[in-house]
Design a protein around this ligand. Sequence first.
Ligand SMILES: [Zn+2]
Length: 249
Amino acid sequence: MPVHELAQLTWEEVRDLDREHTLVVLPVGAIEAHGPHLPLDTDVVIATAMARAGARRLAARGQAVVILPALAYTAASFGAAFHGTLSISGITVTALIVDLARSLSDHGFQLLALANVHLDPEHLTALNEAVKLGRVDRLLPIIFPDLTRKPWGARLGDEFRSGACHAGQFEGSIVLAERPASVRDKIRASLAPNPSSLSQAIKAGKRTFAEAGGPRAYFGDPAAATADEGSRWIEALGSILEEAVSAEI
Ligand SMILES: [Zn+2]
């Protein structure tokens, strides 16, 4: 089956889709500081790559899929003090996703899947709330594989598992694979690893990257990133999306 980008279609082409059997994927990113070497839209780039990889896999199994334009704004309070980070409240994000799900339901689509790698706690709460509210309102099912929950995170390598994972080897590799021109590569190669674990800092009640031990808004090992590794992580993220959706249809 082909994968469509919804925004590139005309309304008559959408009318003629078998919408009852068509999945919708929404990439959800952020505009947030990602070290001195990656652009603010890093999570948008990664979520879009995840959405496309997941859609390709589902389409190969005969599933019709459309991908929505990415949602670029969300809660990003950990990075809010860094220039350029645009953090909005989690309530706004929940409301926006539920409203989108309502509109997609009205048009008769089968299911909405969220492709997301932005792990700010307020943001994750917002997405999980949208899933719940969609259920309460009997909208189309909203599927959200939360990478901080089992079994997903264990598949994304040592750095991801350690929690020292923001603009490091994992995310840097994916941006190198997906949009290499936007990586400030000389700076990236010069950065010392930062092994401070964001996930442990969050558990300990820290609320910003600086408090968590990331004064330049990166965690992990940016210099170790490679495009080859990034391609593998994109496929791993795509297979997580594929599996989470397949469990629901
Ligand atoms: Zn990120």
